[in-house]
Design a protein around this ligand. Structure first.
Ligand code: NAG
Ligand code: NAG
Ligand code: NAG
Length: 471
């Protein structure tokens, strides 16, 4: 009797131990990626994680992520994946540290970002494809030619394996967001998720100043530059009739730049001047970057605290050994972390794949789509994007459900917006860059919050009569 009881006890205990072991194994999958404290960060109450997800075991190809859980109540908030463009630029360097992550680097420390997107969501930043940032392929041949299809496939594999590490997020409302060449990555990944029939709870996508249609987007640049006074009438004329921008880019990608196109572009660049940030034509430039003497000049914050040198600060920060150790990051086959990849050869032909129709198919599948434009960007100007979305709505037979009008943040106009069929929206962000949250963080956060909630953008409150200045 005693003996039997003893054996039963041992068996029960063994089972309990096994169960504890299994549970803690699942837990420890993500625990291993837990960040205790980023060097120089202020104290915070939310959890942060960073590390690698191997997307191809044979080729040892691994993608690096940074995950900032929501500041408060993470279990009730959605999961948002963010993808920067390039192709070849880092979502952690640009998205997290220059745009809408919880911290911005400043000297040796990190300062809190009052408009961080993790106030509204659990934010997952992914460096993709391999070759970008800390993401790598042990077989370097991978870098020789990467295209949209490979990127989307790896991004999907990443998400699947990431959910194994973070199973509590598997059924969570999922939004995929990004900007610029994210106009390819974001809808292509969303469509692949739908096609693969994997049960992610994908609710919507949002893309800022996205590349959606090569000719349309690139050629809207000329008018933007001209109307903002950056190029002369004569130069506008040759930039539209002699050689336009899509032609110039096509020639330069294929290594067959003609003297005619090269002449037009030289004139355009000369008039714009190198002291203009073409990603925000009204913003001052970071002089250390422009003059390549980073250490000698102090930062010059402009426009109510926009640190135009934040990118330089980020590069410095992410190249610190203590920072890399804390992030569980490695430099595989690289000497330095760079904001945009030096090793990746992206298939430039893919820039010409139109993705505006992918947006259409997503809308038809019931996925909410927001396309927004920082209105001071000359690289993918709002005018071209607005025209495309308007055309798409017509093509889909979506009626305007909210006519073109100003939206507000605080007591000021934050931009203009139009909604089609309550599922497709276009919005501008007034005074914002190509990387809208970088120069208009507060307006961008309001837009983000309303998008996640599926609510209309704020309208004018009961404002007192606004006295206009007379000339
Ligand atoms: C490395 O990658 C290239 C291209 O993807 C492939 O053809 C080659 O077989 C790979 N090499 C090894 C050793 O796996
Ligand atoms: C400008 O771009 C369009 C679209 O790519 C092209 O069809 C056209 O030939 C170009 N025109 C000139 C004058 O460069
Ligand atoms: C769109 O508007 C047209 C004209 O007002 C109307 O006939 C049509 O039913 C509307 N379509 C939808 C889907 O509401």
């Amino acid at each position: 009797m005693m003996e039997t009881q003893k054996w039963v006890n041992i068996i029960v205990i063994t089972h309990v131990l096994m169960i504890i072991h299994i549970v803690s194994a699942a837990k420890s999958l993500s625990e291993a990626d837990r960040i205790v404290n980023l060097p120089g960060q202020p104290p915070v109450s939310f959890h942060q994680y960073a590390g690698y997800i191997v997307v191809d075991e044979n080729q040892q190809r691994a993608l690096f992520y940074y995950f900032a859980e929501a500041e408060t109540d993470p279990t009730s908030k959605p999961l948002v994946l963010w993808l920067n463009g390039g192709p070849g630029c880092s979502s952690i360097g640009a998205g997290a540290f220059c745009e809408h992550g919880p911290f911005k680097p400043s000297g040796d420390i990190l300062v809190s970002n009052a408009y961080s997107w993790n106030k509204r969501a659990n934010m997952l930043y992914l460096e993709s494809p391999a070759g970008v940032g800390f993401s790598y392929s042990a077989n370097k041949s991978f870098y020789a030619s990467v295209n949209d299809e490979m990127t989307a496939r790896d991004n999907l594999a990443f998400l699947q394996k990431w959910f194994t590490k973070f199973p509590e997020y598997k059924g969570r409302d999922l939004f995929i967001t990004g900007e610029s060449y994210g106009g390819h990555y974001v809808p292509q990944l969303a469509e692949l998720i739908i096609q693969s029939k994997i049960k992610f709870n994908l609710k919507g996508i949002a893309i800022g100043n996205p590349l959606l249609e090569f000719n349309n987007d690139l050629n809207s640049r000329a008018e933007f530059l001209w109307s903002h006074g950056l190029i002369s009438d004569a130069t506008f004329e040759i930039f539209t009739s002699v050689c336009n921008f899509s032609q110039y880019r096509r020639e330069s990608f294929s290594g067959s730049l003609t003297p005619v196109c090269s002449g037009v572009m030289n004139q355009v660049s000369k008039e714009i001047s190198k002291f203009i940030d073409v990603y925000d034509v009204t913003l001052d430039v970071c002089l250390p970057s422009v003059l390549a003497q980073s250490e000698t000049l102090k930062n010059m914050p402009t426009r109510e605290g926009v640190d135009v040198c934040v990118e330089d600060e980020t590069v410095k920060y992410l190249n610190r050994k203590d920072v890399q150790d804390t992030l569980h990051a490695q430099l595989v086959g690289l000497n330095r972390w760079t904001i945009c990849s030096d090793v990746l050869k992206y298939e430039m032909q893919d820039l010409e794949i139109p993705t505006v129709h992918v947006l259409g198919r997503l809308v038809r599948s019931g996925i909410r789509v927001l396309v927004y434009s920082g209105d001071q960007d000359s690289v993918v100007p709002l005018t071209g994007t607005r025209r495309l979305i308007n055309g798409l709505a017509k093509e889909l037979g979506l009626n305007t459900t909210s006519p073109y009008k100003a939206w507000f943040e605080g007591k000021q106009v934050a931009g203009w917006t139009q909604v089609y069929g309550d599922i497709l929206s276009f919005a501008t962000i007034r005074g914002a860059a190509h990387e809208a949250p970088f120069s208009q963080p507060e307006r961008s956060l309001v837009l983000f919050e309303r998008f996640l909630a599926g609510k209309p953008l704020p309208e004018a409150e009961d404002l007192p009569f606004v006295k206009q200045m007379h000339p």
